[in-house]
Design a protein around this ligand. Structure first.
Ligand SMILES: [Zn+2]
Length: 128
C-alpha cells in the first residue's frame, strides 16, 4: 500500500482541532486514531507515526501530561528527548523522589526530565 507523508501544517491543524473539540483530554492512542481518520479524509494514503504526531503537536502549542516509569537502566547518553525529539540539556542536582542525584537531563521544549537511572515516558495525555 502506498504511503504518503502529510505536511506538518495539516497535521498540526488537525491535532489542534481534535484536541480542542474533544472532551479536553485525550490519550495518545485516542488522539492518533482521530488524527489518522481526519488525515484519511484528505488523502487515503496519508500515514503518520505516533512519534511524529507527538512532535508536531508539541511544537504547535498542544500540551502533554506524561506518566513516567522508572527503569533500572542507567541514564547513559540520551541525546534527543524521547518525547519530542528536541536536544536535551544537562542539568545538575536533580531532585528524584525526594533525593538528590548528581546530574540529569531536561528538555527545554516539553519539560521531560530524567535523573539516573532513566525515567521513561509511559502514558501521554494531550490537552490545549
Ligand atoms: Zn521534549
Amino acid at each position: 500500500m502506498p504511503r504518503k507523508i502529510p505536511p506538518e501544517e495539516i497535521v498540526a491543524e488537525k491535532v489542534r482541532e481534535i484536541v480542542s473539540s474533544g472532551e479536553g483530554f485525550m490519550t495518545q492512542t485516542h488522539l492518533l486514531h482521530e488524527v489518522r481518520k481526519a488525515l484519511r479524509k484528505i488523502d487515503e494514503d496519508y500515514a503518520i507515526s505516533p512519534r511524529r504526531m507527538r512532535r508536531i503537536a508539541l511544537k504547535h502549542g498542544v500540551k502533554v501530561d506524561i506518566e513516567y516509569r522508572q527503569t533500572d537502566r542507567p541514564l547513559g547518553k540520551l541525546k534527543a528527548c524521547p518525547v519530542c525529539g528536541s536536544e536535551l540539556k544537562v542539568i545538575r542536582n536533580v531532585t528524584l523522589d525526594g533525593g538528590i542525584v548528581p546530574f540529569g537531563v531536561k528538555c527545554p521544549l516539553c519539560g521531560y526530565w530524567s535523573g539516573n537511572p532513566k525515567r521513561v515516558p509511559g502514558k501521554y495525555v494531550f490537552h490545549m
